[in-house]
Design a protein around this ligand. Structure first.
Ligand code: FAD
Length: 411
């Protein structure tokens, strides 16, 4: 039969492409069904267009980064490791480099380099790709998977669902795979945003849009109880806060916000200095320029765009002479520097999350093969599997490793 394949893969993202590459043998006819007019639309966006394709961390550390249930991925990360992935690209002439935090990027700084290499390999192995093929119905009948789309129908002995999560739907990842999995009896853990910016309604905070802070400590509290703290880089946006440490904390913030008891963020702008040392530093500045104004003192302590905010926050006139600052005023300044607090009103929506947490429950997936424990000859790969990792190349490594295993097992 012309439209009958040994293996059909729904989704031409990194997981689906890698699955196709390993599923293909001389005898096997393999097809990727992709709703977009081209492959890897989300992949092109990754790492701000530079594609942080993996991490150079050791397997146990990668597994740990996926949290309590991360052990599920141990086998996949062992069978197709970060080193294997790097070898895959380097063997095909793609130079890679390792940046801060063990993040691996193509030397070209272009995610298109990674996608082009994958596409070339698909062509070399004569793997069929159907574009504009939006699978809208899937069922299993007489030993075959039937895949229906407005563009036509395909039959397959084995099916790999690699439709991604539900975030950035404009890339094609609209959560269709959850419905297919559910129709075969799989439990779906409710999709939620992970690695998502946070919304702040305080206009004084949103007025700081564009400001980026490095080496700060960011803590989150629920009713004065600290629940997470991150150190590093963050930025202010027109709707709230974002950047690496905000994204990292966002999944926990989302959980805490659900309790509806209020979440507060607190930035320590001087985490390297304890209160006493900071106090000494401020008094040293005051003694060095007693006749200068408070706003000049602030200039020596803060990024330019925070000065007006601090004048407002501390309630001290920008023109007050430094020598006349009272002990209480210095204390107020220290408190603002060490504990710049504001309320978090919400996370940005799932559509704006880098990653979807939730998805197909791992309880009914075999970690050795990525095969369904419920339906015959059905496999899952990539973000659709309910395990999400932090930023740093972990999620693409998961997509490639689970894709590799699902494809290999379906041969
Ligand atoms: C802005 C952004 C930056 C990111 N940066 C990084 C990074 O630097 N490093 C990192 O590790 N991770 C990063 N990620 C996460 C990473 O991109 C994803 O985890 C990864 O793409 C998941 O791969 P996947 O193949 O499972 O799914 P996807 O890449 O989402 O691919 C799924 C494919 O399935 C197709 N599809 C869906 N439904 C159907 C259907 N019904 N019929 C046909 N086709 C269908 C979609 O069109 C899509 O092409 C980033 C994500 C975003 C949004």
């Amino acid at each position: 039969m012309e439209n009958c394949y040994k293996v059909a893969i729904i989704g031409g993202g990194p997981a689906g492409i890698m699955a196709a590459l390993t599923a293909k043998t001389k005898e096997n006819r393999v097809v990727i069904l992709e709703k977009n007019p081209f492959l890897g639309k989300k992949l092109l966006l990754t790492g701000k267009g530079r594609c942080n394709l993996t991490t150079d961390r050791e397997i146990p550390e990668i597994v740990q980064a996926f949290g309590r249930k991360g052990k599920f991925l141990y086998g996949a990360f062992t069978r197709f490791s970060s080193q294997d992935l790097r070898n895959f690209f380097e063997k095909r002439g793609v130079g890679l480099k390792i940046e801060r935090g063990g993040r691996v990027f193509p030397q070209s700084d272009r995610s298109a380099t990674i996608l082009n290499c994958l596409k070339k390999e698909l062509a070399l192995r004569k793997i069929t790709v159907f574009y504009h093929f939006n699978v809208c119905r899937v069922f299993f009948k007489k030993g075959l998977y039937h895949l229906e789309s407005p563009a036509g129908n395909v039959l397959a002995e084995k099916l790999i669902i690699a439709t991604g999560g539900k975030s950035y739907p404009q890339t094609g990842s609209t959560g269709d795979g959850y419905l297919f999995a559910k129709s075969f009896g799989h439990q779906i853990i409710k999709p939620a945003p992970a690695l998502v910016p946070l919304r702040v309604s305080d206009p004084k905070i949103t007025a700081l849009a564009g400001l980026s802070l490095k080496n700060v400590s960011l803590s989150f509290f629920n009713r004065d109880k600290l629940f997470t703290r991150e150190f590093g880089e963050m930025l202010f946006t027109h709707f709230g806060i974002s950047g690496p440490i905000v994204l990292k904390a966002s999944k926990e913030v989302y959980q805490q916000l659900k309790k509806q008891t209020g979440v507060t963020a607190s930035i320590d702008l001087k985490p390297a200095l304890n209160k006493t040392i900071l106090q000494k530093r401020i008094y040293r500045e005051i003694h060095l320029m007693p006749q200068k104004e408070y706003q000049t003192l602030l200039k020596n302590l803060l990024p330019k765009s925070l000065i007006n905010y601090f004048i407002d926050r501390t309630g001290i006139s920008p023109h007050q002479k430094n020598s006349s600052l009272s002990k209480a005023q210095v204390e107020t300044l220290i408190a603002a520097l060490k504990n710049l607090t504001f309320a978090i009103s919400a996370t940005m929506p799932l559509e704006m999350a880098i990653i979807t947490s939730g998805g197909v429950d791992i309880a009914a997936i075999d970690p050795k093969t990525m095969a369904s424990k419920i339906a015959p000859n059905l496999y899952f790969a990539g973000e659709i599997i309910a395990l999400d990792g932090p930023t740093g190349g972990y999620n693409l490594q998961k997509a490639f490793s689970t894709g590799w295993v699902a494809g290999f097992s379906s041969r």
